[in-house]
Design a protein around this ligand. Structure first.
Ligand code: NAP
Length: 306
């Protein structure tokens, strides 16, 4: 058999791993040892770092197919400098991530997870009354990063009666109110939903000033990347009653969640499951395979990152 040209980097879902082994006899990076020269395409698991060290280890590398729409795990600047192209998996996960974001917005307002714990602790049976919660209708939901997922979230929340506002780097052709900065958006919002990419450009975009602008009756929902929110400032605001609550799918140091959050009833904590449905993960894997096949056949990717 000819030498493999595709390499698996980091953990991949079995559906994708099986297909790569079947179609390309693709080894994992750990398996190839020093026989790396012929490996031209790397398939990277979501969150797997592909930086200069990984590129050095793969001198023949020409393309990286990343499993995920976010690609802050790949040093795209370094890849571009070396003539390596990078693809991601846009669109196919938009619905699943938007659905989960809406679940978090509803949960922080209606306190579903907290009410579930209240029942399980026996407090209802013991005669307790769960506190009144907040309604979606009339709530201003500010979307920080009105891209594919942000727009899908806005479209889902409008029929609930939410009022939508947003901030992105540039205004969009949409009927919703644009705010010039994250602080201005937070000031106008009851719930701030964060849906920007991660990476250096958005590091701590949601800092103490944004959290304070949201205020003691405000809620933060983060489904983007943990790096976008200053987690220390978030924990301090919750502990000091300067924020009403938070719904978090992503964290600064996954899979570690700040201990201070674990015992709080005013936060909903999810293990980075925005796109984690059977259908969406298979669609993402299929798009990764399409990118690999297209690159090997034509030298071009189907969904290159800009
Ligand atoms: P997208 O279409 O590229 O949208 C990103 C939006 O963020 C764009 O509107 C962009 O504004 C805005 N943005 C970028 N940098 C910004 C900045 N510095 N300040 C303000 N806005 C900024 O991407 P998408 O498909 O919606 O995905 C968004 C992100 O969601 C991904 O990058 C990923 O981090 C996250 N995600 C998380 C999960 C999960 O499981 N939790 C799953 C999928 C995706 P412009 O349009 O003005 O450039």
């Amino acid at each position: 058999m000819s030498q493999p040209c595709v390499v698996r980097v980091g953990p991949l879902m079995p559906f994708l791993e099986d297909a790569l082994e079947r179609e390309y006899a693709a080894p994992s990076l750990a398996e190839v040892g020093t026989q790396t020269a012929g490996l031209t395409v790397a398939v990277a698991g979501g969150g797997t770092i592909i930086g200069a060290a990984e590129m050095d280890a793969l001198p023949g590398l020409r393309a990286v197919a990343n499993f995920g729409v976010g690609y802050d795990n790949v040093d795209v600047e370094e890849a571009t400098r070396r003539g390596i192209v990078v693809s991601n998996t846009p669109d196919v996960l938009t619905d699943a991530v938007a659905d989960l974001t809406v679940v978090l917005v509803l949960d922080v307002l209606r306190q579903v997870s907290s009410a579930d714990r209240f029942v399980r602790r026996g407090e209802w049976a013991a005669g307790g009354r769960f506190p009144l919660t907040r309604e979606v209708r009339g709530t201003v939901v500010g979307i920080l990063g009105l891209g594919r997922i942000g727009e899908a979230v806005a479209q889902r929340l409008e029929p609930f009666g939410a009022r939508i506002a947003y901030h992105s780097r540039s205004p969009k052709q949409v009927p919703w109110a644009f705010h010039v900065s994250p602080v201005e958006l937070a000031r106008a919002s009851d719930v701030l939903v964060v849906l920007t990419p991660g990476g250096a450009d958005t590091h701590h975009l949601v800092d103490a000033s944004v959290i304070d602008a949201l205020g003691p009756d405000g809620f933060l929902v983060n489904v983007s990347r943990g790096s976008v929110v200053d987690e220390t400032a978030l924990v301090a605001a919750l502990e000091e009653g300067r924020l009403a609550g938070a719904g978090l799918d992503v964290f600064a140091d996954e899979p570690h969640v700040p201990t201070a959050l674990l015992g709080r009833d005013d936060v909903v904590l999810l293990p980075h499951v925005g796109s984690a449905t059977v259908q969406t993960r298979e669609a993402m894997a299929t798009l990764v395979l399409d990118n690999v096949a297209a690159f090997l056949a034509t030298g071009r990717l189907v969904t290159p990152v800009s």
